[in-house]
Design a binder for this molecule. Structure first.
Ligand code: GCU
Length: 670
């Protein structure tokens, strides 16, 4: 049996266990709803589709159940007892008077409840006593597409853009609907459709008409659309002399443009802005601040519901500075000056989506600014579409980090959900990994990262294992032993990837431009803080970037408790060691090995672990459909080859500084 992966985790194949199927059938005799909203209709249709596939029967809609029992009731109820503890998108699922009732305050809540019920059935849960009350932790759960008007995707590894700009608005690719379903099933409620390195084109009437067509498709799934804007648009598109945010003409241009957008998309989500970063235009071009720029757009958005998301990913090319500190330093004086409609979107770590980064020091240090999280789901530095790397543990490591901003327990998660500093709004964004490939993400396991991002944006307390378990059961196999094996494989995958690429807290040693394989020797680049040697600082003494008070003192941006945790090389978690310390090659680490031996050990062990992953995958041959099995099998072979490439490139490069032999048991057989 072959499966091309296009259905993602929404497979709805007939449940093989007849008894189990019968038990579900008895509880799903009809679907009843009275609320007249396209989103509730979406929920009802999805349930019907799901039941038809999973249970093999067409369940009809009823408006009035008049005392009937054994069905599903969808209820939007703004003030009843059942919704008392619910947030806007939250839902409750309960057995009431013989029916399974999904209730919510809003149509979107009902939709999320419907998907939760389907997930329960897809993963074989007993729903006869179902009693769930579930609220999202974060309000805006968003994908950021880095898709360009010409159909390419910046850092996309699954074909070209899924948005067919040349066909829109006249042809609606059915995949937009599949995309909307997939997102709604995991609670994603917003999407920015174009690259943050934005073309002004997206603000032309020609493109607004196309974006409107996409927004119309996504709306019944509870998803609002954002546009990434180019800050110079008043000049490049509007023909003005300047794009200075304090210029009245410029402000008027944005006000008018924002009004115009709303004529196409009445519920427009808002703007996403990358400004004064990597050559993009911004307010600093006119001697203004990020806040001046963001607040001007917030003012344009004032009559409307939408917001402005302003990215904090900024740095300057200073070979003697520490890029780690740039975002913090540029934004810190602006804390408290942003309009309430502005969310500042911060990458999880201070550099740039490295496989492991300490949490960004802005988290916990900006009490007066609403900070949103930006994760990267697309695996720019994490094996792109060939290495199996499950990212939930990475997202969680950041979210669970304690900033100590208001004492113990001030986690990054509590900063971004708004609870720590009482912010009304909250945002978790993920840079999308979707493309035109039939299975959306090229590597079948990359689908799990899209899935995990959505689930964690909804509830960051879910464990990585639980999320993996759901995804595996819905996507790959119903066989329990196989599920457990795959779960273990996924949970090992990130540490394994880090071992053969960036062990012990190394960072940014990838090939220039494509960011794929290793290039630790890279010493010259267009930007001085984009070389590898800038980051690893290898010399005859040792390895690592000293960020203690002796050199860059980036550690001082964190609270004393965090400084303490990372500030002493003897006590620092080895996973973060070289992020903060320049460690002598000969220094004995807590593992009992010297730095050099430990580094070699990790590179070599990483390769061995990939081989184990291959063997484990082979053992699943009879439990996974052939197409997916062979797809992953082939990619694991590439992964092994490239793990060797990383290992040999890095070990043989660093040996020129360490000048010590590779420890004996690690020498590969002749
Ligand atoms: C990275 C990435 C760029 C991207 C940038 C961003 O630097 O390599 O392609 O534009 O991040 O987040 O803006």
């Amino acid at each position: 049996f072959a499966d091309d992966g296009s259905r993602l985790w929404l497979k709805y194949d007939l449940l093989k266990d007849t008894q189990q199927r019968e038990s579900y059938i008895a509880l799903t005799k009809y679907i009843s709803f009275t609320h007249d909203s396209p989103i509730v209709a979406t929920a009802a249709n999805e349930l019907q589709l799901g039941f038809e596939g999973l249970l093999g029967k067409k369940v009809s809609f009823l408006r009035n159940i008049s005392g009937k029992t054994g069905g599903i009731v969808l209820e939007v109820n703004s003030d009843g007892a059942s919704v008392q503890n619910l947030a806007d998108d939250g839902f409750a699922i309960n057995h009431l008077k013989g029916n399974i009732v999904i209730s919510a305050k809003t149509p979107s809540g009902v939709l999320y409840g419907a998907f939760e019920l389907l997930r329960n059935i897809q993963t074989g849960k007993n729903i006869s006593k179902i009693a769930i009350t579930n609220n999202p932790k974060v309000k805006i759960r968003m994908l950021n597409h880095w898709d360009n008007a010409n159909g390419t995707v910046e850092r996309g590894y699954a074909g070209s853009s899924m948005w067919k700009w040349t066909e829109l608005p006249f042809r609606i690719d059915p995949r937009y609907i599949q995309y909307a379903r997939a997102n709604a099933s995991i609670g994603i409620n917003a999407t920015s459709i174009n690259n943050v390195n934005a073309s002004s084109r997206f603000l032309t009437p020609e493109y607004l008409e196309k974006i409107k067509a996409v927004a119309d498709v996504l709306r019944p799934y509870g998803i609002s659309v954002f546009i990434s804007v180019n800050f110079a648009s008043p000049r490049t598109l509007g023909g003005l002399k300047t794009s200075d945010p304090l210029d009245p003409e410029v402000r008027k241009w944005w006000n008018d443009k924002t009004k115009e957008i709303h004529e196409y998309i009445h519920d427009f989500g808002g703007f996403l802005v990358k400004a004064n970063s990597e050559g993009q235009p911004g307010p600093q071009d006119y001697g203004r601040t990020h806040a001046d720029g963001a607040n001007m757009l917030a003012e344009a958005m004032r009559p409307f519901k939408g917001i402005v998301i302003w990215r904090a990913f900024v740095y300057k090319a200073d070979p003697n500075g520490d890029r780690f500190k740039e975002g913090y330093d540029q934004f810190k004086p602006l804390d408290g000056t942003f309009d309430p409609k502005v969310i500042v979107q911060v990458k999880n770590g201070p550099i740039d989506f490295m496989p492991r980064e300490p949490f960004h020091p802005m988290f916990g240090a900006f009490p007066k600014t609403t900070l949103g999280m930006e994760f990267q789901i697309t695996q720019e530095y994490l094996g792109q579409s060939t290495h199996l790397t499950y990212l939930a543990p990475m997202f969680k490591e950041c979210l669970d980090s304690d900033t100590y901003a208001q004492g113990k327990g001030s986690t990054v998660a509590r900063v971004i959900d708004g609870s720590l500093e009482s912010h009304q709004n909250s945002l978790m964004a993920g840079v999308a990994n979707t493309g035109s490939d039939v299975n959306w993400t090229a590597h079948p396991f990359n689908q799990a990262n899209w899935y995990a991002f959505g689930r964690l944006a909804w509830d960051y307390n879910l464990s990585s294992e639980q999320i993996a378990a759901e995804w595996i059961a819905m996507t790959l196999t119903k066989n329990k032993t196989a599920q457990d094996k795959i779960n273990t494989l996924m949970m090992q995958s990130l540490p394994v990837y880090i071992s053969y690429t960036y062990p012990l807290g190394t960072a940014h040693m990838m090939g220039e431009g494509h960011h794929y394989g290793p290039e630790p020797w890279l010493a010259k680049s267009g930007r001085p803080d984009w070389t590898s040697v800038y980051y690893h600082r290898a010399d005859s003494v040792g390895l690592g970037f000293d960020r203690t008070g002796k050199v860059s003192n980036a550690l001082s941006l964190y609270k004393p408790e965090v400084r303490k945790q990372w500030g002493n090389a003897d006590e620092c978690d080895l996973n973060y060691l070289l992020w903060f310390h320049h460690v002598p090659w000969t220094k004995k680490l807590s593992t009992g090995r010297t730095l050099w031996d430990e580094l070699c050990f990790r590179y070599y062990d990483g390769v061995e672990q990939v081989r184990k992953m291959q063997t484990n995958w082979e053992s699943l041959k009879n439990e996974i459909d052939t197409e997916t099995f062979e797809n992953v099998q082939g990619r694991l072979k590439i992964q092994e080859k490239e793990a060797l490439w990383w290992r040999d490139a890095c070990v043989l490069y660093f040996i020129t500084y360490a000048k010590m032999p590779i420890p004996a048991p690690l020498v590969p057989p002749a």
